[in-house]
Design a protein around this ligand. Structure first.
Ligand SMILES: *Cc1c(COP(=O)(O)O)cnc(C)c1O
Length: 376
């Protein structure tokens, strides 16, 4: 209740859907400019390893394509995303009808929620899994079934057992964020194909390009054999287009058709569409990014090993590092111009998630951490 001019008026909070009232907003990485304002540290001296962004930036051809698209911004984007879908189809052996585009792959996850979830339904996902799965459920009033993790990874047998008659969606993140854990492709395939017919599987592969070929399942071929499997991918991670917001889902045409019914007609902007086509074509940039990540990961692991600081072995472009009281260590890192991601909200109050950066950024993090832990 709020008082204005002697009249008491009720606010909106009680009017919101119960699920929405229960939402704790997604924690994003602190922007560099914000830490600079707070600490007085120059932006150039701040190291941000908080959002799993590509430290190499984006492909030069994607930058050129984005710049070329600026001249056409008075027009709406192509709502069908024809050029990008055509490029994705050619690359992955799909048809346009197998693809839905999203304003980031988060948009696709949200679309799935609006197609299949609502009051009276439930969705299954793992403890420590990507936070957006739970948020999507809450926003539409679906029940969340969070299955205890095994060694920080998905326990597929327990997730299978947790499925109820009202379950409509099972979310699988492979590799998972923020733990970096990976499931074997044959286990994922067996799990997906074992699901009952009232369940849609969403396989979130935001980090798949960082894997070695043998670690990767042929998930985009599985969608031809499974009408209730949606594979999601993003341009935000290895392609370096996080700020543009573009991702996609691939699945059976009937599933994609449902997704297209609820998505915003112009959900992906023109610059993102153009840049994504160029990024997809720059295989050299992707290979260089994967190689840089491998080297940075080795550097980070060696540094942590030398300090005796444990971490969860990761298959992505970040590490969940077990630092003890993560809130205290995080405050110390911030004071020294290092931004990482606290993951207490994921039930991991002793870990910090640290993205793999450039060699000097990784070293700066390791040096500050050593000092904070009294090991310098
Ligand atoms: C980063 C990430 C995404 C990608 O989100 P965008 O909306 O494409 O930026 C999706 N899933 C997981 C698990 C992620 O970590």
């Amino acid at each position: 209740m709020r008082e204005r001019d002697g009249v008491t008026t009720a606010g909106c909070e009680p009017l919101a859907l119960p699920g929405v009232r229960g939402i704790a907003p997604y924690q994003t990485g602190k922007p560099i400019a914000e830490l600079a304002r707070e600490t007085g540290i120059a932006e150039a001296d701040i190291v941000k390893l908080a959002s799993n962004e590509n430290p190499l930036g984006m492909s030069p051809s994607a930058i050129a394509a984005a710049a070329a698209a600026l001249g056409e911004l008075a027009r709406y984007p192509d709502g069908a995303g024809f050029d990008l879908k055509a490029a994705l189809s050619a690359k992955f052996g799909l048809t346009l009808a197998h693809i839905v585009l999203g304003n980031g792959s988060n948009d696709v996850l949200d679309i799935v929620g609006r197609v299949f979830l609502g009051p009276g339904t439930s969705a299954v996902y793992s403890q420590h899994a990507f936070a957006v799965y739970g948020l999507v459920c809450q926003a539409v009033g679906a029940e969340r079934i969070e299955v205890p993790a095994r060694d920080y990874g998905h326990d597929l047998a327990a997730m299978r057992a947790a499925i109820r008659p009202d379950t409509r969606v099972v979310w699988i993140a492979n590799p998972n964020n923020p733990t970096g854990t990976l499931l074997a492709p044959e286990d994922v395939r067996e799990f997906v194909f074992s699901l009952p017919e009232h369940v849609v599987a969403v396989l979130d592969e935001a980090y798949t390009e960082y894997l070695e070929p043998a670690q990767r399942g042929d998930s985009l071929a599985w969608i031809r054999q499974h009408p209730r499997l949606l594979v999601t991918r993003t341009f935000a991670k290895i392609h370096g287009l996080a700020g543009l917001r573009v991702g996609f889902g691939a699945g059976d045409p009937a599933l994609i058709d449902l997704c297209n019914r609820v998505r915003q007609p112009f959900n992906v902007n023109s610059i993102a569409l153009a840049a994504a086509v160029a990024a997809l074509g720059d295989e050299d940039f992707v290979a260089r990014s994967a190689a840089a990540n491998r080297e940075g990961m080795a550097q980070m692991r060696a540094g942590l090993d030398a300090l005796g600081v444990p971490y969860i072995p990761s298959f992505a472009n970040f590490l969940a590092v077990e630092v003890g009281d993560a809130a205290v260590v995080n405050a110390g890192l911030l004071k020294n111009g290092v931004i990482v991601r606290p993951v207490a909200g994921y039930g991991m109050p002793r870990h910090l998630r640290v993205s793999i950066g450039l060699p000097h950024e990784n070293q700066h993090f390791l040096d500050v951490l050593a000092t904070l832990l009294g090991k310098a």
